[in-house]
Ligand binder design. Structure first.
Ligand code: GDP
Ligand code: IMO
Ligand code: MG
Length: 431
């Protein structure tokens, strides 16, 4: 039995898509278990770029089963668009290779609209900087027990009652916001319009995964976002609305946690963040600009410029604990090529005291100051390296130092966006 969970260990965009794509060669089933089309996962295969938001990155390999678990919030129109875009790139997605949990809550147009209204109405210091995809409002309805779930599209006789329930809540909010109310017929038409396209993918995912597990198949879980965007363990309230840490792979799919053998944390060799919120090692200088340009740090989903900063070992060490990370995939090492010196945050100063963790309080998170160690850079290049021996000695030192600071080993090393520019140190499926 060898099932692996991949999660982001920072604020998202660590390179999860690339690593999941690379690892999926060794897997049979690839599962998304939280988030929605706020995710943007980029794969580059022989120079061709694929951008995935809702579909698991394993979908580009035709012999793999792609699964969307109940922990995801699913926008049916976004799914149809993504399937269409992939078809244009020659990737076929059908009922044969995509299954979606029947108990997956749906994102409706009213969720997206509410997300945008809230962002537009917020002041500079309260705005979250969401992707405006309706993620937060959809999760609120799930937890509020009024969501429309995929299986609700099967019985059109009971659907109107569920829509009424949902609208009692939403129209009250809309009245408060001074926005026009929505009629039940509008939502009904929206749902009936997509039902035929999406219902063929519906399945009992917990059952399917149990069958595949018993058959000895390898299951790979693909996290979205990153640990510091987790609704409980992240930089609240500047977070997404789901649990993004590894424990969610079990609840968001229905496969029990004892079936998970390895947690791979995807970790960028520096730090980025898109959207608002604290970022202790952020660099608002020419080095931050250099990292952004060299690393092409622009959002896959929204095109927004990502904020950049030095590697923060305090954060990643904490993430390694909260996600139970067995090993990391260190990505984008090549972006640091050519820097004279590289800083790494090893602790924080908070109100004159040294601490080795990120406090939970919003006020304290805003006040922590990074304490840095400075390492020598390297003059050679790591870009495109495919073996450990191709790495400059100083780059190896940097990697080894990160391992020590975060108390977790490097299992994979990524040296460019290309699928095959990846160095395997320890196979998560064989651990
Ligand atoms: P994800 O959301 O975690 O899947 O990451 P994104 O795809 O949003 O962002 C990561 C970006 O870095 C993408 O453009 C990748 O193609 C690219 N990338 C991934 N690994 C590497 C790497 O090792 N080096 C470089 N230079 N780019 C990488
Ligand atoms: P991947 O999977 C980076 C951020 C948004 C915002 C906050 C809340 O590509 O790593 P939301 O729309 O989820 O309510 O926004 O979370 N965010 C991400 N940042 N990568 C992502 O996904 C993200 N998904 C959401 O920018 O700050
Ligand atoms: Mg991304």
């Amino acid at each position: 039995m060898a099932n692996v969970v991949v999660v982001g260990s920072q604020w998202g965009d660590e390179g999860k898509g690339k690593i999941v794509d690379w690892l999926s060669e060794r897997a049979d089933v690839v599962v998304r278990f939280q988030g929605g089309h706020n995710a943007g996962h980029t794969l580059v295969i022989d120079g061709v770029k694929y951008k995935l938001s809702l579909l698991p990155s394993g979908v580009v390999r035709q012999d793999k089963m792609a699964v969307i678990g109940n922990g995801v919030v699913l926008d049916p129109r976004a799914l149809a668009d993504e399937i269409g875009r992939l078809a244009e790139q020659g990737v076929a997605v059908s009922e044969a290779n995509l299954r979606i949990a029947e108990n997956t809550p749906l994102i409706l147009s009213l969720h997206q609209e509410l997300d945008a209204i809230r962002e537009n109405n917020s002041s500079a210091d309260t705005r979250i900087g969401t992707t405006r995809r309706g993620i937060g409002p959809a999760y609120e309805d799930k937890v509020g027990r009024r969501a429309i779930r995929l299986m609700d599209l099967v019985n059109l006789n009971t659907l109107p009652g569920k829509i009424e329930r949902l609208l009692v809540h939403h129209n009250a909010i809309r009245r408060g916001l001074g926005v026009e109310e929505i009629s039940a017929q509008t939502i009904y038409d929206e749902l009936v319009g997509v039902a035929d396209k999406i219902l063929p993918f519906m399945d009992k995912v917990w059952y399917l995964l149990d069958e595949r597990r018993k058959a000895g198949d390898r299951i790979l879980f693909e996290g979205a976002q990153g640990a510091l965007l987790d609704i409980d363990h992240g930089t609240y309230p500047f977070v997404t609305s789901s649990n993004t840490i590894a424990g969610q792979a079990a609840t968001g799919s229905g496969l029990g946690p004892n079936a998970i053998n390895y947690v791979l944390g995807i970790t960028k060799a520096y730090t980025t963040r898109v959207g608002e919120g604290p970022f202790p090692t952020e660099l608002n200088d020419e080095i931050g600009q250099f990292l952004g340009e060299r690393g092409h740090e622009f959002g896959t989903v929204t095109g927004r410029q990502r904020r950049c900063g030095w590697f923060d070992a305090v954060l990643v060490r904490q993430t390694c604990k909260t996600s139970g990370i067995s090993g990391i995939a260190l990505t984008k090492l090549d972006v640091l090529d050519g820097l004279d010196e590289i800083k790494v945050c090893v602790a924080y100063e908070l109100d004159g005291k040294r601490i080795d963790y990120l406090p939970a309080s919003q006020g304290q998170q805003a006040r922590v100051k990074p304490i840095y160690e400075t390492l020598e850079g390297w003059s050679g290049t790591t870009a495109g390296a495919r073996t450990w021996n191709d790495l400059p000695a100083q780059a190896v030192k940097y990697v080894r130092h990160i391992e020590e600071l975060i108390e977790a080993p490097v299992a994979l090393l990524s040296t460019s966006p290309e699928r095959d520019d990846t160095i395997l140190v320890q196979d998560p499926f064989e651990d």
